[in-house]
Design a protein around this ligand. Structure first.
Ligand code: NI
Length: 226
């Protein structure tokens, strides 16, 4: 499932992130790439241990923690500490699939990359190109979102970032290990959760709604690894 989550960041958070990114020092993005993707990766990243990255990560994690849509769609178990990248002057990232497991350099913790997320920080009108192109089961999706919006998609997807020919594309990206490993099961649970919420709004907590909510939780109990 590929999902667009609007307004993940509020205006204050977005402004703080844009300011942090503007004065941060950037390094070659190959530092976090696997052997295959290093050959096709041409961008810049914030060093993970830098104080700007640390401050920016805090803002993003805070925003994620209150986002009900992210929770319902991803059912997060572990989030890899968010990273930040910048593409400019023709930089791009050729087709690749992200590494299956990321090991956090500082903590040594492993995260299976069930879900990939890109949170857009630079406004789309400030740069040309830079579309994130994702091969979804339903075809190829080209994604370039408003600043503060996020796309989540299965970590199993082949994807690339088109060259940025003008301005700078600045974004945050990270991976999540879900309580539900399988994308099809996660998608089913997400649809079910949305339908139950609608039913609850329309009819209140009828006995059927209570039963369906129980079924939702029982499916999570059956499928989750926590
Ligand atoms: Ni990638």
């Amino acid at each position: 499932m590929l999902l667009h989550i609007p307004n993940v960041l509020n205006a204050t958070e977005l402004k703080s992130l844009q300011e942090l990114m503007a004065k941060a020092e950037w390094v070659d993005g190959k530092v976090t790439a696997g052997t295959q993707s290093a050959q096709v990766k041409r961008n810049m990243q914030l060093p993970e241990e830098s104080s700007s990255a640390e401050a920016a990560r805090k803002i993003v994690l805070q925003a994620l923690s209150r986002n009900a849509l992210f929770f319902s769609a991803v059912l997060p178990k572990k989030i890899f500490p968010p990273l930040f990248n910048q593409y400019r002057d023709g930089m791009d990232f050729g087709a690749h699939i992200d590494n299956a497991v990321r090991t956090h350099a500082l903590s040594g913790n492993h995260v299976r990359t069930d879900v990939s997320s890109t949170l857009f920080i630079a406004p789309p009108e400030s740069y040309d190109g830079g579309e994130l192109v994702i091969e979804d089961t339903y075809g190829v999706q080209s994604v370039k979102l408003a600043a503060g919006d996020m796309v989540v998609y299965p970590g199993t997807s082949l994807h690339h970032v088109k060259p940025v020919t003008k301005g700078a594309r600045i974004a945050c990206f990270f991976w999540t290990q879900s309580m539900i490993r399988d994308d099809a099961k996660r998608t089913l649970l997400f649809d079910m959760d949305a339908a139950i919420s609608t039913l609850r709004q329309q009819h209140g907590d009828t006995s059927a709604v209570v039963r369906l909510t129980g079924n939702y939780h029982n499916l999570i109990r059956m499928w989750s690894d926590v």
